[in-house]
Write a protein that binds this ligand. Structure first.
Ligand code: EPU
Length: 383
């Protein structure tokens, strides 16, 4: 790590335990807390000021220690995974940034309804984990290939792409409940997954993901329903394979990687966090109204998150930004929309968080003026 210019301080404190050996082993627990660490290097936007305090955690005990420290010192805390879905303020974060590096993967061969349980630590890189599951012959996660970030961030965001959402495959999540300071197991059902939403977002800061248990199948069945995927295999003259369901999870993974590569910016060249906004979900009546003005507007039925009975429609905001607001590929200073995907905000080296905020607020206003829709950021603002 190259936290140039930052100072290191060691905090020591006693952890009491009833077992005498445990007292000797854990009596003095060292937390390597750094001060004034530049956060830009830990985010894919490559933007942002310093973390007042910064600590890497590699296991559940270290996590508890650092949360205990933050609570004792009344410091706000923020858990950092791959930094791929955040925008850090130019002023940085005046609390404790906890860099999640809890590793480990395991397979439990006991079958549960034809499915196998695979667990991964919150600090594992998401795409390495997806590759591992596909290599081991499990299917389910291949549509979620090449998404940057960590395993621990996946349930928080309920990451989704190419016809799949991670919540469909989560059996349970082990998390630290920061109110009780106990590690608990939360069932997939109790995670309340919705579109880019979950319990972890709804009760922000309360639960910190330690590891995730996935249930995956080994039957080789794949999901190629998403338009881009279907087109990809049709172009490769694989229509027969689609009909006969002969496409393998590894081929779907390869397809998703190729599609993403062609549509999304190179994260090494641009600062970006992928889709900056969520796709809005609006009422059928509102959709019908806009559709009169913009007949080409696509819309997909969306189940209500709140249990309501109103018909809801999810619309691709990228389409609106591109075809209604006509802002695809525009740049203002160092910030713009990506030339191949208007929902993706890109930033040149040297751009500031302030510029990103000003640019995206202007987009929000343009969408509101043209369609009456209030859009919401998907990317989390850290300040
Ligand atoms: N579209 C345009 N112009 C654009 C962008 C999109 O006309 O500039 C149209 C496309 O032609 C397509 C529709 O809008 O008909 C949807 O576009 P796309 O398939 O690219 O998906 P998206 O809804 O824009 C979502 C996720 C992406 C994920 C893709 C693929 C959100 C906020 N974003 O984007 O996730 O990769 O679906 O499944 O739900 C991310 O979260 O960072 C991300 C990249």
């Amino acid at each position: 790590m190259t936290a140039g210019g930052c100072t290191h301080i060691i905090f020591r404190h006693i952890i009491w335990s009833s077992h005498p050996l445990a007292i000797i082993r854990r009596n003095w627990n060292f937390m390597n807390i750094q001060e004034n660490v530049p956060l830009a290097q830990y985010t894919t936007f490559k933007i942002g000021g310093n973390a007042r305090f910064f600590c890497i955690v590699k296991n559940g005990d270290e996590l508890k220690d650092v949360i205990g420290f933050a609570k004792k010192n009344i410091l706000p805390y923020f858990v950092l995974g791959g930094g791929s879905n955040i925008l850090v303020s130019d002023k940085g974060f005046m609390g404790m940034v906890i860099k999640m590096e809890i590793q480990g993967k395991s397979i439990d061969d006991t079958m549960i309804n034809d499915q196998v349980m695979i667990s991964a630590g919150a600090g594992e890189m998401w795409d390495d984990f997806v590759e591992y599951t596909v290599d081991q012959g499990f299917n389910g996660l291949e549509n979620l290939s090449a998404i940057p970030g960590t395993v621990g961030a996946a349930p928080v965001q309920n990451i989704g792409a190419y016809g799949a959402e991670v919540g469909q495959f989560i059996y349970s999540v082990h998390a630290l409940d920061t109110q009780t300071m106990k590690e608990i197991e939360i069932s997939g059902h109790d995670c309340h997954f919705g579109y880019r939403n979950s319990l972890f977002k709804k009760e922000k800061g309360r639960y910190i993901v330690v590891s995730v248990n996935f249930l995956l199948k080994k039957d080789g069945k794949v999901n190629t329903e998403y338009k881009d995927l279907k087109e990809y295999f049709l172009k490769k003259n694989d229509q027969l394979s689609i009909i006969n369901n002969q496409i393998t999870p590894a081929q779907v993974r390869e397809a998703v990687i190729n599609i993403r590569w062609n549509k999304l910016p190179d994260w090494n060249l641009w600062g970006t966090a992928g889709s900056f906004f969520k796709n809005p979900v609006i009422s059928q009546a509102h959709f019908d109204e806009i559709k009169v003005k913009y007949p080409g507007l696509p819309g997909f039925p969306e189940a209500s998150n709140t249990g309501g009975h109103e018909d809801l429609v999810k619309i691709p905001l990228g389409w609106v930004l591109d075809n209604v607001c006509k802002v695809k590929g525009i740049m203002r200073g160092g910030v713009g929309t990506y030339e191949k995907q208007a929902l993706v905000i890109v930033a040149k080296a040297g751009a500031t968080a302030g510029e990103v905020v000003a640019f995206t607020q202007d987009l929000m206003k343009q969408v509101k003026d043209a369609t009456g829709i209030t859009i919401e950021a998907e990317v989390e603002w850290v300040n």
